[in-house]
Structure formats: structure tokens, C-alpha cells
Design a protein. Structure first.
Ligand code: ADP
Length: 401
């Protein structure tokens, strides 16, 4: 089954077309700078092996989706290029949609209800799901919620210390996010290490544009750093991460801010960007820190400290540690962050192989010493593959239309 996986940003649309049977990527591409005068359209097709690039004015997501669907419809192929399903890496569906589900009006209403909690992600996905329904009528669509992998959290890990009725009334609890990435890492680590996931105590570190850690036991999520919203946990590139709620109350009063204004500051002007006052990108911060920019160095130091602290907490939650896996744009590419996180964790039996960690390499690999009790890995996460698998699973279980 050919599953189209769109990945939507506020001004971008990336996609992959995956054949779910053999998990082959048939096509992929992206449309950047949607709404700007010159959008970049880049696409690659496995059959021809060719990449094509074009520049055009793509005014909005509707136009971008049309371009994408037209591109995938090849002469002679079935309508819509044989797209059999669309799978979305959806973010927040609230308490009733922690998993993977067919997209319908109830699901869209649940996502709408959680727009204030996921203001960066939910609106763009709701809009895209509606447009895809119009552009590809009759093609089934599945929302694979980022919260789904964490539906195994024990109550003690997801209940907050707030009035109990908030949970009933407003679904206030820890949900956790980056579910597709953590699920991939949970499945991939046992393959790389040739050992079963049963008994394995693993901490998955998804460090990227946004970051979270997940404690995984027997292949299942038992705790994770993000909570009610993707806003919490570690410092994100421009989102605050965990924060004493009374900071918000105080700043709102002092600066006379409305909820949406303080929300904007916490989403767009905080995290690595907020601390450094310079950039939300680890590459820029590394360079600036090396040149003596004190706030850039501090932003990185805070980030590393938070990752390390969560690792320690999850070692305690898991009753020990067998594997730490780094994924995401930072986890896969930054030997420096990996080194700084691991330094000082020798007391847990974790010994990084400094040379292996620094060696430029691509692919999933072990970067701890042979004698290290905790194996440290770099895993190139593959969220699209997880969405394709989940989509095929939901459709296989769905009653025929
Ligand atoms: P997203 O979460 O948007 O999908 P990624 O997981 O690709 O993003 O992570 C992007 C981030 O990864 C960048 O903002 C940057 O901080 C970091 N990054 C990417 N490449 C490198 C690199 N070579 N060295 C250090 N950090 C990097």
C-alpha cells in the first residue's frame, strides 16, 4: 500500500511516499517558503533516481498540497499516483486520541479542542487534513498521534499534582510527544544490538528542533520528559521547556500580557534562543560559544545539564540502565553535545568511546567502549516509517468501506 506522509511546518511541506509492504521510499520532497515570493520545490523519485528543483510562487498550504498530489500523479498511473492512504504525524488529540486513528470529524474536533495546548502544530495539521480530504476524496487518512507511544505510561508518571477534576474536565495529564521517534528507537535498538527488547532498560534521547527523553522498558514507554504539551521538559530550540508556573503569572501581571502574548513568548522567544539571545540552532551556538559568546555557551550548558539530569532520573525510574540512544538533528550530528551529556555519567557504568563518538560517520552505531555496562548508540530516527507502519495497521484493522 502506497502511503503518503506529509510533514507540515508553518511555511513548509515535506513528504515521503512509502510502499508499506516492503517499506521502500518511492518519492520524497519538500516545498519551502510557502507564502513567500519564491517557494522552492524539490522532489526526488526512486524509480528514476532523479531530483528535480523548481522555484514558483506557492501562496498557501492548499496550493502546496495540490502541487504535491499532482507531482505524484504520473501519466499512466492510477489517479493520484496510486496513493492508497495518507498518514499524518499528528501532535495532540487529547485524552481520547492517544494512538493512531482514521481521520474523521470527531477527531478533527478533538484536535481543535487542543489547539491552545499545541498552537504551533494542531492548526496547521487540522487545515492540512481538511485540504487533503478535498483534494483526495475517498482516500483514507490516518492520524498517528505523537502521544500514542506513551499510552503505556503508568498512572504515577502521568498524573500531575493539581485538582483532580482538571483531569476529567480538561484532560490535564502528562501525554508525552515525539512518539514516532521514540517508538522507532525502541524497535531499532534491539535490532542493532541483536538482543530482545524484553528486559531492556533504554533511554531514548530525541534531541532536535524540539527535544525529549523517553524511558523505555520492555519496548514500552514508562516515562517521558514532555508533558501536557510539547512545550515542557527540556529547553527546546525556541520553546521554554519546564518552568515554574508562577513565572508566567508574575510576568503576565508585570508586563500586562494577554494569554496569547505570553504563549507566543514561551513558544517562539524562549529555549536556546531565549537564553542565548542569539540563535535557536546548536550549530550557531557552538560557533558563537567558541568565539567567547557567554550566553550562547550558557544556553548549551543548560541544555546539556537538563538532558543529563533526565538521564539520571530515568536510570532511577528504570531501576538501572542498559542503553542510551541519541537521535534527532542534534543527537545524530553533534558529537560535542553527546560527549558533554555522557561525561560524568561513568558512575552509572556508562563509558563513551571518545574517538568513536567524534569519528565522522553515518548510520546507526555504537559509541561506547566495549567494556561499558551501558551501551551508547547513535540511531538515525525514522518517524515517517513509523507513520507508514501505523497507517497500514489501522487500515488493515478498519472495516472495509
Ligand atoms: P526538527 O525537530 O525540526 O525535525 P531536526 O531533528 O532535524 O529538526 O533538528 C534540527 C536541529 O538539529 C537544528 O536546529 C540544530 O540545532 C541541530 N543540528 C543539525 N545539524 C547539526 C550539526 N551538524 N551539529 C549540531 N547540531 C546540529
Amino acid at each position: 500500500m502506497r502511503v503518503l506522509i506529509p510533514n507540515l511546518g508553518s511555511t513548509s511541506l515535506k513528504y515521503q511516499l512509502i510502499e508499506s509492504q516492503n517499506e521502500e521510499v518511492l518519492a520524497r520532497g519538500k516545498i519551502d517558503r510557502i507564502g513567500g515570493p519564491e517557494s522552492q520545490i524539490i522532489s526526488w523519485e526512486a524509480k528514476s533516481g532523479q531530483e528535480s528543483r523548481a522555484v514558483a510562487h506557492v501562496p498557501d498550504h492548499r496550493a502546496a498540497i495540490r502541487i504535491l498530489v499532482d507531482r505524484l500523479a504520473r501519466p499512466g498511473s492510477k489517479p493520484n499516483g496510486g496513493i492508497a492512504a495518507v498518514g499524518f504525524k499528528a501532535v495532540h488529540g487529547g485524552p481520547h486520541y492517544c494512538g493512531s486513528f482514521l481521520v474523521n470529524d470527531d477527531l478533527l474536533a478533538a484536535m481543535q479542542d487542543f489547539v491552545p495546548v499545541a498552537p504551533v502544530h494542531n492548526p496547521v495539521y487540522i487545515q492540512a487534513m481538511e485540504i487533503f480530504r478535498e483534494v483526495l476524496p475517498g482516500i483514507p487518512m490516518v492520524a498517528v498521534f505523537e502521544t500514542g507511544f506513551h499510552s503505556t505510561l503508568p498512572e504515577r508518571a502521568y498524573v500531575y499534582g493539581v485538582p483532580g477534576e482538571w483531569r476529567e474536565k480538561y484532560g490535564v495529564r502528562r501525554y508525552g510527544f515525539h512518539g514516532s521517534s521514540h517508538r522507532y528507537i525502541a524497535q531499532r535498538v534491539p535490532e542493532v544490538l541483536h538482543r530482545p527488547s524484553d528486559g531492556l532498560r533504554l533511554v531514548s534521547c530525541h534531541l532536535g528542533g524540539s527535544s525529549s527523553l523517553c524511558a523505555i522498558h520492555n519496548g514500552k514507554s514508562v516515562d517521558t520528559s514532555m508533558g501536557f504539551s510539547p512545550q515542557s521538559g527540556l529547553e527546546q530550540s525556541s520553546r521554554s521547556g519546564d518552568l515554574d508556573p508562577f513565572v508566567i503569572l508574575q510576568v503576565m501581571v508585570k508586563e500586562k500580557l494577554a494569554p496569547h502574548e505570553v504563549g507566543h513568548l514561551l513558544c517562539k522567544k524562549s529555549g536556546l534562543l531565549g537564553i542565548s539571545g542569539l540563535s535557536n540552532d546548536v550549530r550557531d551556538l557552538d560557533k558563537a560559544a567558541a568565539e567567547g559568546h557567554a550566553r550562547a555557551a550558557l544556553a548549551l550548558e543548560v541544555f546539556v545539564y537538563e538532558v543529563k539530569k533526565h538521564l539520571g532520573a530515568y536510570a532511577a525510574a528504570l531501576g538501572g540502565l542498559d542503553v542510551v540512544a541519541f537521535g534527532g538533528g542534534i543527537g545524530e550530528n553533534s558529537w560535542r553535545i553527546r560527549e558533554q551529556v555522557c561525561t560524568g555519567l561513568e558512575f552509572l557504568g556508562l563509558h563513551l568511546d571518545s574517538e568513536a563518538n567524534r569519528r565522522p560517520a553515518h548510520g546507526d552505531r555504537i559509541i561506547s567502549t566495549p567494556g561499558s555496562a551501558v551501551t551508547v548508540l547513535v540511531v538515525y530516527t525514522n518517524e515517517e516509517l513509523m507513520v507508514a507502519r501505523e497507517t497500514a495497521k489501522v487500515l488493515a484493522a478498519a472495516p472495509a468501506a
